[in-house]
Ligand binder design. Structure first.
Ligand SMILES: CC(C)(COP(=O)(O)OP(=O)(O)OC[C@H]1O[C@@H](n2cnc3c(N)ncnc32)[C@H](O)[C@@H]1OP(=O)(O)O)[C@@H](O)C(=O)NCCC(=O)NCCS
Length: 147
């Protein structure tokens, strides 16, 4: 039976490990310093947001990291940047349990909208979010990195 909770400081390394695995699964080279920094920002309440962990027995098997963003257009937006379930634990409802808790926490924060991005190659994530009632906005994300 999976249990989803807000992460506490002792969960930090497990959360970082799963986020690094998520980045690797997306074809990125994980940057441990950056992952630690982002986790710290939310865990220590330096920015508004949410760090959730899913536990099976005592093991951390899933993570969700989202940050709060005030938008003049959309209102209170919770941007889900990292979401990952341990590959050995998939299709057992762990992702659904994490997403349901995210939704409940967002409601309690009076959030208007949860935003997330799915890579065009990630059919499993697209199917997952669609199954949970999320819809593509058709927006295209542009970015420019600073040197
Ligand atoms: C996407 C992900 C989080 C799903 O987690 P999960 O724990 O396996 O999902 P659940 O078991 O809760 O699935 C809930 C529903 O989503 C859908 N779903 C989940 N994985 C699916 C897949 N691979 N193919 C099709 N549908 C899928 C199904 O409708 C499923 O319900 P069902 O099992 O009763 O059919 C997981 O595959 C993952 O971590 N992927 C890599 C990271 C990632 O892509 N994160 C999201 C980035 S936006």
């Amino acid at each position: 039976m999976v249990l989803v909770e807000r992460a506490a400081p002792p969960d930090r390394l497990d959360a970082e490990r799963l986020i690094a695995a998520y980045h690797a699964s997306e074809g990125l080279k994980p940057r441990p310093d950056r992952i630690s920094w982002a986790v710290e920002q939310v865990l220590r309440n330096r920015v508004g947001g949410l760090l959730l962990v899913a536990r099976e027995k005592r093991a951390v098997v899933g993570v969700a990291l989202a940050v709060y963003q005030p938008s003049a257009e959309l209102g209170r937006v919770l941007v889900l940047n990292d979401f990952f379930v341990d590959p050995t634990m998939r299709r057992k409802g762990v992702g659904r349990a994490l997403a349901m808790r995210l939704f409940e926490e967002a409601k309690a924060m009076h959030v208007d909208q949860i935003d997330l991005e799915v890579l065009p190659t990630n059919a499993a994530a697209a199917a997952f979010w669609k199954a949970l009632g999320y819809r593509s906005t058709g927006r295209t994300v542009y970015c420019r990195e600073l040197p």
